[in-house]
Ligand binder design. Sequence first.
Ligand SMILES: Cc1ncc(C[n+]2csc(CCOP(=O)(O)OP(=O)(O)O)c2C)c(N)n1
Ligand SMILES: [Mg+2]
Length: 367
Amino acid sequence: MANATPRKSGPPPSVAQPPATPSADRQRAMLASMLRIRRFEERCAQSYQQAHIGGFCHLYIGQEGTAVGTIAGLREDDAVITAYRDHGHALARGMDGGVAMAEMFGRITGCARGKGGSMHLFDAGRHMYGGHAIVGGQCPLAVGIAFAIRYLSLDRVCLCYFGDGALNQGALHESMNLSAIWKLPVVWVCENNRYSMGTAIDRGTAMADQLKLKADAYGMTYARCDGMDVLDTYQVTAEMAAAVRGGDGPAFLEAVTYRYKGHSMSDPQKYRDRGEVAEMEQVDPITRLAEQMTQSGTITQEEVDALDQEARREALEAVKFAQASAPAPLEELYTDVYAMPYGPYAVAELHRAHADGRGSASAEEDV
Ligand SMILES: Cc1ncc(C[n+]2csc(CCOP(=O)(O)OP(=O)(O)O)c2C)c(N)n1
Ligand SMILES: [Mg+2]
């Protein structure tokens, strides 16, 4: 059983706490990061339509302010874990665009050697623990990460993103409950983009306009931020993460956001009208920050354009890198899947035995 006493002191922080008010450089980095995600996602859409990307692909366009603002409010060694709409989080965490794109193209140079695809971007070195396709499936893992943080006396928090659709998953509630009774350092971030596939939040969730009650149920602090405003998101997250790091126990952040594109690449979007999307495009997180910064003299329009050009160039380079990389070979199917050499490894041996004419009787028995 975990020690329920929150750790108030520990080793000195390895990475500086983000300042309450972001500096001009930090604001510029946030703008660059959002542009990087937007242009990357546009290339993903194009590559999907050209059939270079297979399987499911969920774009983050519109929600950039949430991943960028929350991650900017953390330290670099804090853990993040998310669901399948994960491109924005991976890029905001600093994943190389080429490596992310190669993963989607099923190439060996991808972050999961081409086996995970769009929904499983993972970068342990940057403390980005996926990319999880089962709705709410990342939540118990976040509790495990936070438990490890406590067990190893690390001065970190774990930020767990989930969609509004995960609000009614048992796994989420079990996880929140455990995190609360053990006072684990988890920041639970609900990315409320109003829809779970084609289901509006109030059609699938009780008390949808009062998510604070969900936090109250576990005695957690609740805060709400405007996910379409990266600076607001940054400030609320930095404050909440500092309290969680200080031993206050887990907290619940609702980031109110919106996705401009369909749920996935194959969504006719009959559940909402174009007017609603157009309305939200008026509060676009990228345009908003660029305007705030140009108006305050923090950046010039030419500099904004240059950042955008750089983001476009990087996204195109990512596609070229993915295209130039070799496809993941068949044997890759069997590596890094199970820790122990059971099932699939025996099947791999069977395939190899067939291929080199060694016969298969003994291998079949093994299987
Ligand atoms: C346990 C489980 N049930 C159903 C699905 C099918 N499914 C995939 S995405 C999704 C909607 C989730 O919506 P939300 O959590 O709001 O995330 P968003 O797509 O808005 O980012 C559903 C139901 C699934 N992946 N896992
Ligand atoms: Mg949603």
